[in-house]
Design a protein around this ligand. Structure first.
Ligand code: GRF
Length: 203
């Protein structure tokens, strides 16, 4: 199973996937790692691991549509079975979802549909929930919407800060992402076996 991974930040979850593949546990090939801006640690880690990388810099395009088309072209040239959004902080266009139906997978640091968006950890903490967690789901063109594949609950501790809670969620997120990738790799193929596959959209 070939994947392209999209990142915007530190790529610590991606590193866990790279390490698991390197240890011979996960039968997955990372065809390339892409980012929406230059200088990310996620791309630096990937290059250090000998992976192909690309940047489709959001700020380098005159229009959103041009960036959307460039991202789609950059990913499509690797012909991935799945595209993984691992801390990729952009919503992709409908054309991107159409190009990878049932094959675009996102990780989110909250128990969707609760606390979608860029601040899922902070929002959960501010709300005062006692349990939050992480979600891996098929992504559509919405903000953290689309059929849920798997979730893990994480307890919120009284002394938690956004950072401490996010670090604990990321530990669970890494295990969950690796587990989902293993299931997808052993499954019947992209999108199949997903009972929501005919729902129309997936984020
Ligand atoms: C993860 O919690 C992901 O769900 C969120 O950003 C974090 C990515 O962390 N959207 P990293 O880049 O893997 O360190």
């Amino acid at each position: 199973m070939r994947i392209v991974v999209l990142v915007s930040g530190t790529g610590s979850n991606l590193q866990a996937v790279i390490d698991d593949i390197g240890a011979g546990h996960l039968p997955v090939e990372i065809a390339a790692v892409g980012a929406d801006r230059p200088g990310t640690l996620g791309v630096a880690r990937s290059a250090a691991a000998g992976l192909e990388t690309f940047v489709v810099d959001f700020k380098a395009f005159a229009t959103r549509g041009e960036w959307d088309a460039a991202l789609l072209a950059a990913v499509a040239r690797y012909a991935p079975d799945y595209v993984i959004s691992s801390g990729f902080m952009r919503i992709v266009a409908a054309d991107f979802i159409d190009a990878f139906p049932g094959r675009y997978v996102n990780t989110h640091p909250a128990l969707l549909p609760a606390f979608p968006g860029a601040h899922g950890v902070r929002d959960a903490l501010e709300y005062g929930v006692k349990v939050t967690g992480c979600t891996v789901h098929f992504a559509d063109a919405g903000v953290d919407t689309g059929p849920i594949i798997a979730q893990t609950a994480v307890a919120v501790l009284p002394e938690d800060t956004e950072e401490s809670l996010h670090e604990r969620i990321k530990l669970a997120e890494r295990t969950l992402l690796i587990q989902v990738l293993a299931e997808l790799a052993s499954g019947p193929g992209p999108g199949r076996g997903n009972k929501h596959q005919d729902d129309g959209g997936n984020h």
